[in-house]
Design a binder for this molecule. Structure first.
Ligand SMILES: *[C@@H]1O[C@H](CO)[C@@H](O)[C@H](O)[C@H]1NC(C)=O
Ligand SMILES: *[C@@H]1O[C@H](CO)[C@@H](O)[C@H](O)[C@H]1NC(C)=O
Ligand SMILES: *[C@@H]1O[C@H](CO)[C@@H](O)[C@H](O)[C@H]1NC(C)=O
Length: 402
């Protein structure tokens, strides 16, 4: 028998026709290779079920789960004893707001998914004493969003941008529904949202140039899963130089959150905000269409900001607000920890809740907490906003059923 070359030996090794000396050594190496590969497959199969188990353990709760309130002992953070706030956040529902949100309009995009094909559409969820099916549940979130706004800023208005096909059963004072043509399907909603914002600004710009003397209204574009808990309208007088405002946090991948965008209601403010959003839309459609349906817009906003030559991304690690010129638009950057506070980050990078928090964002699986906190605020136990913030702070680390 001719001895095989080293390379052929490797291939032929399972045939078990072996030559002596170094060729045996090569066979040995080959066996070790197969064995270790085989073992690592076994190892992988062993670990996979435990990964699944840990997912199952991350249960989502259908009732509030309380833990310690983050930020304990920190001087500028809300201190709680159970559901009782030891500090009053500087503005509470009964105090005197700058001007009650007069001249401020909140704008949100909202779509109802009422498909009979969705077998679970009739599944009901219980929150407090109420039971909701899926459509009722999202309508309740929308109504709670409006409730918080009207409690804190009774002079403000709210506009809901929606699919002309969805007839929103929503009749409330100071609330208007604006149909805007588009594709509001679930997986396109973030993209459609930017398009609707742009179409809305276009319409308002036209209105302003037709009637230049009409009273100025500033716009705050937000997600509808936020609670306004402070005077957010004051930014327009406190910082009198910006065209649009965004909220930032110290997060390398996603430093900017798209859930809060403020636009000054002047011709200049609206037209620059529109140009900015058009740029974001372009980057979104050319670069981030494959990104998760929830993140594309935020990645696109960050990309537009960071691509600006003079912008220093280190600024996102600061705690205060700052102003930057981005392609002719004066952009105000507001800290998320005050203007877009989220429960999971309260326990993490925000280190509790600042006493001047103005917006709570019930991101992800925390819409239940939004409804529960509104119910708590209106319960007989407490109608104090600071106490409600203690409830949010101590239960927001948990993920809920919606
Ligand atoms: C908040 O309350 C705690 C406990 O009563 C107190 O020690 C702290 O000084 C208060 N913080 C502020 C800023 O008032
Ligand atoms: C509210 O504030 C305004 C101006 O800041 C002031 O003139 C008014 O007296 C205040 N009202 C109350 C009830 O404190
Ligand atoms: C959803 O569909 C049901 C049944 O088709 C209907 O009764 C209900 O009014 C719809 N709700 C909305 C908000 O369109």
């Amino acid at each position: 028998m001719r001895c095989l070359s080293g390379k052929k030996l490797l291939r032929g090794s399972l045939g078990m026709r072996v030559c002596s000396g170094w060729r045996q050594f090569l066979l040995f190496v080959t066996l070790i290779f197969f064995l270790s590969h085989f073992l690592s497959v076994l190892e992988w199969q062993k670990t996979t079920p435990s990964v699944k188990e840990s997912h199952q353990k991350k249960q989502k709760f259908d009732h509030l789960v309380f833990g310690p309130a983050a930020g304990e002992g920190l001087p500028n953070r809300l201190q709680c004893k159970g559901m009782k706030a030891l500090n009053k956040t500087h503005i509470s529902a009964s105090s005197n707001m700058s001007n009650g949100g007069n001249g401020v309009t909140f704008v949100t995009v909202f779509a109802v998914y009422n498909s009979s094909a969705d077998g679970r559409a009739s599944e009901s969820t219980i929150v407090g004493k109420a039971s909701y099916n899926k459509v009722e549940r999202s309508m309740t979130i929308m109504n709670t969003f409006i409730n918080f706004i009207q409690l804190m800023l009774p002079e403000s208005n709210t506009i809901i941008l929606t699919d002309p096909a969805s007839r929103l059963p929503l009749k409330r004072n100071r609330v208007a529904v604006y149909p805007i043509q588009g594709d509001y399907s679930r997986d396109k909603l973030m993209l459609q949202r930017i398009r609707s914002y742009i179409a809305f600004l276009e319409e308002k710009l036209e209105e302003r140039s037709r009637e230049p003397s009409q009273k100025i209204t500033h716009y705050i574009f937000t997600d509808s899963d936020i609670a306004v808990v402070g005077d957010v309208g004051e930014i327009f007088s406190k910082y009198d130089n910006f065209h649009l405002a965004l909220t930032f946090r110290n997060n390398k991948q996603q430093p900017l959150n798209s859930g809060f965008i403020a636009v000054r209601g002047t011709l200049d403010g609206m037209s620059r905000a529109k140009v900015f959003l058009e740029k974001v839309l372009e980057v979104y459609t050319t670069t981030y269409m494959k990104a998760s349906r929830m993140l594309g817009d935020q990645l696109a906003i960050a990309s537009v900001i960071k691509s600006h030559a003079l912008f220093n991304a280190k600024a996102f690690s600061s705690h205060g607000s700052f102003l930057e010129d981005i392609d002719g638009a004066s952009v105000l950057f507001l800290p998320c920890e005050v203007y877009n506070w989220t429960p999971p980050e309260g326990a993490g990078q925000f280190h509790g809740m600042p006493l001047d928090v103005k917006v709570v964002h019930y991101k992800g699986s925390r819409k239940r907490l939004m409804l529960e906190s509104w119910n708590f605020l209106n319960s007989s136990t407490s109608n104090d906003l600071s106490d409600m913030l203690c409830l949010v702070l101590s239960s927001g680390r948990t993920k809920y059923d919606f």
